[in-house]
Design a protein around this ligand. Sequence first.
Ligand code: CA
Length: 223
Amino acid sequence: MRLLVVEDDPDLRRQITAALADAGYAVDAAKDGEEGHFLGDTEPYDAVVLDLGLPVIDGVSVLEKWRRAGRKMPVLILTARDRWSDKVAGFDAGADDYVAKPFHMEEVLARIRALLRRAAGHASSEMTVGPVVLDTKSARVSVDGMPVKLTSLEFRLLSYLMHHKGKVVSRTELVEHLYDQDFDRDSNTVEVFVGRLRKKLGVDVLHTIRGMGYTLSEPDDAA
Ligand code: CA
């Protein structure tokens, strides 16, 4: 899953970006409303953390522009604690949730997890396919109850496919959602990661659909 953070305070921007990256997401960051708007308008993010008080273009206007242009990604706004009117303006502009400053990073992480889950139509923080369980809260994966150790990219790949279970996801889509914008992207490496992930899971849930991409589905137990 790939996220965008738009925050002008450099320390806070670094903290949020680092916490999200530690949690296993690919993260891009923007320092003002103009840059943030451009990225959100041109890159396919799975969710956005958007500060409202931003230079050049304020957060509410950025959000309004995205929604007018049909951008539907979940957006978590950061508001000042005493400004209830900011929250109202934010929700009216199309925000999905908010966190008031100052906040605990754990709350931002939990709300992002919930937004991603809801966007994918899941109610629980555990996602399963066959014997494979991915706990979005602890970022742990197990097969038949046994923990499986994945690299951050393998985890990101499995998480994206889990959030889109049953759909065919193209290689291009995976490249766009697994790497941040500074990463040297090569769609061939996706195939390598898929191969490694398949081997680590050791069960038949990750399928290649020739010429189209990949899909996660229950193992075929009709012997
Ligand atoms: Ca600000």
